[in-house]
Design a binder for this molecule. Structure first.
Ligand SMILES: [Zn+2]
Length: 416
């Protein structure tokens, strides 16, 4: 065959190509080391007394033009003249790890492929067994935080995710943010108990305890106390989105109750006109299309109390949107509470209770507004990871996957 040919550098240092051949499993490139010394495994001295070749190893390497590539090498062996009994040392190469069946370049490529992807996708697309990929994960990524690699954090986020839909198996994700807004995954904890969270927080290096100013949490007393007891200097901030979820649920309950009433009292044709009211009710007025606004207005005509509920929910959101000081926010929330009492909007009572219990931590949000978006952003990422890693119940493995998605891009694509 007379095909056009090109030459590509192999990018493996200190070897020369001895031979290459096309086989059933791909292109096998046989290389020989050009290094003429090794470091004695016993005394560490540089030794150069050649002692033959070790048995051949074949390592998977980066594919070329969609063909699998394998590097075959017989490592050189050298004998020490200085040590007693002349121990023999096998040469090591910087481009592969002794226990790995792949070159380092190949493993780094697979790790990049795993970012924002599932293990089974990568396994399928790269024709690589799941165990091989797990081996790569374990060789390169820790199953828990390596504190020496984490710079000073300004903020911690503590949040939970359910591992199975509808199940009560929650794990707690602890994440961190530097002043430069770089995200770090710090822990995947097995349960939501205060003692579990506290035990982890106690492992924070002292320099981190000094630098962490804020801890973002859900309204969970256990987390709150764990933080107050271990990081007395940090301020607890209740994530704004958790607050919003709480009062929005109150409004939704009122809507459901009214819809149920209307279903029983309205003629069927009129009730049918309220179709789509649920979605319209959940959105702010300005985000609604004209049709949705019409549906919502018909709902308000049939159930006037829902108009008040809707307006007050949006007023509350407005408070969190505004650039208020903590004191101003406290005042605005008090006025809001007075107003719902005046209007007799009992549906918000559970939220009023929450607000009185958590007032200080909720209004801490106004001291440093940027804190909340980060935890939310990370949680969204984890939600996606969760869907991708469905069935990963091994917490160390989950940590590795979250690490790849959160920290992988800047580790493997530092130019971005
Ligand atoms: Zn030696």
């Amino acid at each position: 065959m007379n095909q056009p040919q090109i030459q590509i550098p192999l990018d493996l240092p200190n070897v020369r190509v001895e031979n290459y051949e096309q086989t059933d499993k791909g292109l096998v490139i046989t290389v020989v080391s050009i290094c003429t010394t090794a470091a004695c495994r016993q005394c560490g001295r540089t030794i150069d007394k050649f002692h033959g070749y070790d048995k051949a190893i074949t390592l998977r390497h980066l594919p070329i033009f969609d063909r699998p590539v394998w590097i075959r090498i017989r490592p050189k062996r050298f004998q020490c003249r200085y040590c007693d009994k002349g121990p023999v040392t096998t040469q090591r190469y910087e481009w592969y790890e002794p226990k790995s069946p792949h070159t380092k370049a190949y493993e780094n490529w697979i790790l990049r492929e795993l970012i924002n992807s599932t293990l089974s996708d990568v396994s399928l697309k790269r024709d690589l067994g799941a165990e091989c990929i797990e081996g790569i994960l374990d060789r390169h990524i820790q199953r828990e935080v390596e504190w020496s690699a984490v710079p000073h954090l300004a903020l911690l986020g503590i949040d939970e995710i359910a591992l199975k839909k509808g199940h009560k198996d929650f794990v707690v994700i602890v994440s961190g943010l530097t002043a430069q807004r770089e995200k770090y995954i710090l822990a995947v904890l097995p349960d939501r108990k205060k003692e579990t969270v506290k035990a982890f927080l106690k492992t924070l290096p002292p320099r981190q305890c000094q630098s962490i100013r804020h801890v973002c949490i859900d309204m969970n007393e256990g987390y709150c106390n764990a933080v107050l007891e271990t990081l007395p200097k940090a301020q607890v901030v209740v994530d704004r989105f958790h607050v919003a979820k709480h009062y929005r649920d109150c409004a939704d309950k009122a809507r459901k109750a009214e819809m149920k009433r209307l279903k029983q009292t309205l003629p069927e044709s009129e009730y049918r006109e309220l179709k789509g009211a649920m979605w319209a009710f959940r959105k702010p007025w300005n985000n609604l299309g004209e049709e949705q606004q019409v549906v919502l207005l018909s709902l308000f005509r049939q159930a006037p109390i829902l108009k008040e509920v809707y307006v007050q929910r949006e007023v509350l959101t407005g408070i969190f949107e505004k650039d208020l000081t903590k004191a101003q926010a406290e005042q605005a929330l008090t006025q809001w509470l007075d107003r719902i009492t005046e209007l007799g909007l009992d549906c918000f009572s559970p939220f009023a209770t929450t607000l009185s219990n958590w007032r200080d931590h909720i209004t801490n949000y106004f001291i440093r507004r940027e804190t909340s978006g980060f935890v939310e952003g990370l949680n969204n990422k984890i939600k996606v990871i969760k869907r991708r890693c469905y069935g990963i119940y091994n917490l160390g493995r989950l940590f590795q996957h979250i690490w790849l998605d959160v920290q992988g891009p800047r580790t493997f694509f530092p130019e971005h």
